[in-house]
Design a protein around this ligand. Structure first.
Ligand SMILES: [Zn+2]
Length: 266
């Protein structure tokens, strides 16, 4: 996003915060604009997840599924322990999808999809935990809801509309959003912003370390990811650039290592 657009977005956010209220992201304390209801985001997440699973090939059982689900479960438990104020489900659906593209995603309402290509690229449990931590971080920080809130405002340019929307029933909200061009299931899958990616990196690293996974695995993981991708993946959706990302991880490492050692790691 260009600087002017970022400023415009934050000014807009501040103006609207006064009208519809803002929430604070657990763990980073960043104030965010979010006037989407949890039930609506859960619904959109469920619809999007179903349509992805219908198109993809879900691997139902086997050692790799068990491994991905075991790591995912530990990550979710860690997220709850580390960020108790976060409004995330206790039960998550964790699915392995047959797809060579090294990618993973998470959706509102507690849903995670991991491609077989990502399991291969990650290699170790530590790296896979960092990937899944990143995805849980997006959900925990309600990035989809924040992005859709901004989209509704920017597309419609209607601050009054946002106020009105907050108190409408779900079907009216959905209709209004569709009319504003935000779309429903499409909106949930739009690329994340740089701020969101960095925040998910930070939350995910802490969640993984707190679960006893070695945070130092993050750096070679991102190096492999950069080498494997032409920048088209969610994980490298053009920003932050891999070098910046690795520098960020290095800055976060002391805090992550403290959590890792508290969890029994060395
Ligand atoms: Zn991400």
């Amino acid at each position: 996003m260009k600087r002017s657009a970022r400023i415009q977005q934050s000014v807009l956010g501040m103006m609207v915060c006064g009208l519809v209220g803002c929430s604070v992201v657990p763990g980073t304390n960043r104030s965010q604009l979010n006037f989407m209801s949890d039930s609506q985001m859960n619904h959109l997440g469920g619809e999007t997840f179903s349509s992805i699973l219908q198109k993809g090939k879900v691997i139902e059982d086997g050692a790799v599924v068990a491994r991905v689900q075991a790591i995912g479960t530990r990550i979710v438990q860690s997220a709850h322990g580390l960020y108790p104020s976060a409004d995330i489900p206790s039960e998550w659906e964790i699915v392995l999808i047959e797809d060579d593209t090294p990618n993973a995603f998470a959706l509102p309402g507690g849903r995670i999809g991991v491609h077989t290509g990502m399991v291969e690229l990650a290699g170790s449990d530590d790296a896979l935990a960092i990937v899944m931590g990143h995805e849980v971080g997006h959900v925990l920080a309600e990035h989809s809801a924040e992005r859709m809130s901004h989209t509704v405002l920017i597309t419609g340019g209607l601050i009054t509309g946002a106020v009105a929307l907050k108190d409408q029933d779900e079907s009216t909200q959905r209709w209004t959003m569709a009319a504003l061009g935000a779309g429903a299931t499409v909106g949930v899958m739009l690329p994340y912003s740089r701020v969101h990616e960095s925040e998910a990196d930070e939350l995910g690293l802490m969640i993984a370390a707190n679960a006893g996974y070695d945070p130092r695995a993050s750096i070679p993981l991102w190096q492999r990811m950069a080498a494997a991708s032409g920048g088209r993946l969610e994980f490298l959706s053009t920003h932050p650039v891999p070098a910046t990302r690795i520098t960020n991880f290095q800055g976060l490492m002391p805090r992550a290592m403290t959590l890792y050692r508290q969890a029994g790691g060395q």
